[in-house]
Write a protein that binds this ligand. Structure first.
Ligand SMILES: [Zn+2]
Length: 215
């Protein structure tokens, strides 16, 4: 598994390196919500991305890496954990169909807010999140979590054992991934110093010029 993770991590870093030259620093305000993919991520530390790297740059790589772990855990679950697999399928079937603006985004944008921060002086006519809320069919009380079948005590225990195994597997995949990412650190740092840091420096210089100008 470690070899396959290493190869996948190398490919993910390759893809990120192909994307990075297109990234341009923005002057938009930072997000107010904490990103669940990036905040406190041990992978970010392994990649050397944990300080002073713009969120969009960090997110683009960490999200690709997260997909590697998710796919690996999904494969393991489908192969070895029939009860968890069945429950996941059941949960997925219960999800309402409708407009989902966050579906099928490129890895660079997946997991980011779909709408920009609202600006009270320029109200939006609509937001993507608002459209998605309108489109979602009302929950049918006869379906969904309330209609879950009763589990016997043995079935619950078996499911708990499988969940613990899934957790253990996710941990070991995560560890293998962090080692593989640490091996890519130099390439990542090199790209940051060529493509990201100059843009950050320019923006800071520009800001200080603006602040120094007499009013
Ligand atoms: Zn993020």
């Amino acid at each position: 598994m470690a070899d396959s993770i290493e190869g996948q991590v190398r490919s993910a870093v390759d893809a990120w390196l192909r994307w990075l030259p297109r990234w341009r620093i923005g002057t938009a305000r930072g997000r107010t919500r904490v990103c669940r993919t990036c905040f406190g991520s041990p992978v970010a530390v392994a990649a050397g991305l944990d300080h002073d790297v713009p969120h969009a740059v960090q997110h683009a790589l960490l999200n690709r890496l997260r997909h590697i772990v998710d796919a690996e855990v999904d494969r393991y679950t489908a192969r070895n954990l029939p009860l968890v697999d069945r429950e996941l399928r059941r949960a997925a079937e219960g999800e309402p169909a409708g407009y989902r603006p966050e579906a099928d985004l490129a890895p660079e944008f997946d997991g980011l807010d779909v709408d920009p921060e609202p600006d009270p002086s320029q109200p939006f006519l609509f937001t993507l999140a608002g459209l998605a809320a309108q489109e979602a069919p009302p929950a049918d009380p006869a379906e969904g979590p309330t209609a879950e079948p009763e589990f016997s005590e043995e079935a619950k225990q078996a499911l708990r054992r499988e969940l613990a195994l899934a957790d253990e597997h996710a941990q070991s995949v995560g560890t293998a991934l962090c080692f593989a990412v640490a091996g890519q650190r130099e390439r990542i740092a090199d790209a940051l110093s060529r493509l990201v840091e100059p843009q950050v420096d320019d923006l800071l210089a520009e800001l200080s010029r603006t602040l120094e100008q007499p009013r």
